[in-house]
Design a protein around this ligand. Structure first.
Ligand code: TYD
Length: 212
């Protein structure tokens, strides 16, 4: 891993797990405890990466091939790490990422079938081998996730995939988080209320910060 002094925390999971709400809650907690925080989302987070996001997620772009999808997520990632994440970590800040490399491992590697190894190689190029210090998996049932997404009225190209796709995503995340060598993962029951989930996240993050 590259030399760094900050802390990188990622939130991962299928659709409708409430990641975005929880990023905001966590940011407030960390700032109240005196840390400088940089919240970012993938794909996106820079002017260039947001343009790539528009291409890869737009429901108008049904014709995107799986390979194009793999490379566009990586392109957006390469940009945000170089422009935002690495400078922030080098400045000692806490970076909170709403999705990062594990989204590609799960969606493109395990569900679309490109394989974990290939995706991790690409991830290492895009991130300059940076891996989150702590990864919080916000786990919800497929039904809860999709119901929340439908209620929000914001369905993108990937949200519109079949239910079986979302079931595979959930199972792949749980498999990845339960791999013994992956000690950075914490599974959070995101069926609980926003406040309860925020408390569980804060407990995991404060433990990590104390251990640094
Ligand atoms: P977003 O609206 O941010 O989803 P959510 O609110 O569920 O986090 O859209 C991101 C979508 O892109 C989501 O369906 C997951 C997918 N994705 C990948 O397939 N691979 C990736 O590497 C990343 C970062 C996201």
């Amino acid at each position: 891993m590259k030399q760094k002094t900050g802390i990188l925390i990622s939130l991962e999971g299928g659709e409708g797990g409430g990641k975005t709400t929880q990023v905001n809650q966590l940011k407030k907690h960390l700032e109240d405890s005196g840390r400088e925080v940089v919240p970012v989302r993938e794909p996106g987070g820079t002017k260039i990466s947001e343009q790539i996001r528009e291409i890869v997620l737009s429901s108008k772009n049904e014709g995107i091939t799986d390979t194009t999808e793999v490379l566009l997520f990586q392109a957006a990632r390469a940009q945000i790490y170089r422009q935002v994440v690495i400078p922030a970590l080098n400045a000692g800040k806490v970076v909170i990422m709403d999705r990062t490399r594990d989204s590609s491992v799960v969606y493109q590697g395990m569900v679309r079938g490109f394989g974990k190894e290939l995706i991790e190689e690409l991830n290492d190029i895009s991130t300059k081998k940076i891996v989150p210090d702590l990864t919080l998996l916000l786990d919800v049932s497929v039904k809860t996730g999709l119901d929340r997404r439908i209620d929000s009225g914001k369905m993108d190209r990937l949200d519109m995939e079949a239910k079986s796709f979302h079931k595979k995503v959930r199972d792949a995340y749980l498999d990845l988080a339960n791999e013994k060598k992956q000690k950075r993962w914490r599974i959070i029951d995101a069926e609980k209320s926003v406040e309860e989930v925020a408390d569980m996240i804060w407990q995991a993050v404060s433990e990590k910060i104390k251990a640094e």
